[in-house]
Design a protein around this ligand. Structure first.
Ligand code: DGL
Length: 273
């Protein structure tokens, strides 16, 4: 096995990729941004499962030994099923950090920013019931926010949106806000400016990175002598390249992968696993 396969609907999952690289720079990654289907948030669970299944197959064909679903929406729709369908493959999924938020809150009110797909998912309901029964969770499905981040809207356009998305949680006195979509850590500075230093923002990416590294080691996968990460997009490769540079100061070639009749095809030959 030669890499960790990571995917999201777009650039959001790169916040998880970054957490992985901060933890273990030598862990080789293959990142796919499914820009052709962004946003995932409003899509049905069946459709996301179909996409996630195809993406998983393609990442495995390219040598992934471990799959990180760096997308809360796709984790909600597909994680359980993919684990059943690919029993030999370890998966790490995103789960909104409701449990640590419930432990941390002093006001007893937790804000949750996530997509509709995540908010409607069973994973979140179960976690909230199990670990956060004693706190009030005020959620917002933040329509259009992931797209605004993808489009790199400026603060003049972004701040009014954030004002609206957080209005109810601010009014209820939330002191802890869960970033339940992997795109949202990219706007932490703007959220911090709006909410003030007394409100804590929780991003599960570091915990997900730790779990990915644990599983990589537990399966006996090795770290290569020389690591080259690969990046691919099903939309515009040059756009993902520009985003990598802008948000992560990373210069890299980006491959174009394409959807054809419901199947995902890459422009580079699969590697033997
Ligand atoms: N980044 C994805 C997530 O974590 C969602 C963005 C989208 O709606 O495509 O849920």
């Amino acid at each position: 096995m030669n890499c960790v396969g990571i995917f999201d609907s777009g650039l959001g999952g790169l916040t998880v990729w970054q957490a992985i690289k901060q933890l273990e720079p030598d862990l080789p990654c293959l990142y796919l941004a499914d820009h052709a289907h962004l946003p995932y948030g409003p899509r049905g669970q069946d459709e996301i499962l179909r996409l996630a299944r195809q993406i998983t197959r393609q990442l495995l064909a390219h040598g992934a030994g471990l799959i990180v679903i760096a997308c809360n929406t796709a984790s909600a729709a597909a994680l359980d099923t993919l684990r059943d369908e690919f029993p030999a493959t370890p998966f790490v999924g995103m789960e909104p950090a409701v449990k640590p938020a419930a432990l941390h809150t002093r006001s007893g009110v937790v804000g949750l920013m996530a997509t509709r797909g995540t908010l409607e998912g069973r994973l979140l309901r179960q976690t909230a019931q199990r670990f956060a029964g004693h706190v009030e969770i005020v959620s917002s499905e933040c329509p259009g926010l992931a797209e605004a981040i993808e489009n790199g809207v400026d603060d003049a356009a972004l701040m009014p949106q954030l004002h609206t998305h957080t209005a109810q949680m601010r009014a209820r006195g939330a002191d802890t806000i869960v970033l339940g979509c992997t795109h949202y850590p990219l706007i932490q500075p703007q959220l911090g400016q709006l909410l003030g230093p007394q409100v804590r923002l929780l991003d599960p990416a570091p915990a997900v990175a730790r779990q990915a590294l644990r599983l990589w080691q537990a399966h006996g996968f090795l770290l290569p002598a020389r690591t080259t990460d690969r990046f691919a997009s099903t939309g515009s490769a040059s756009r993902l390249q520009a985003m990598l540079e802008r948000h992560f100061k990373r210069r890299a070639d980006v491959e174009s992968w394409v959807w054809q009749n419901g199947e995902l095809c890459s422009d580079s030959p699969p590697t033997a696993a």
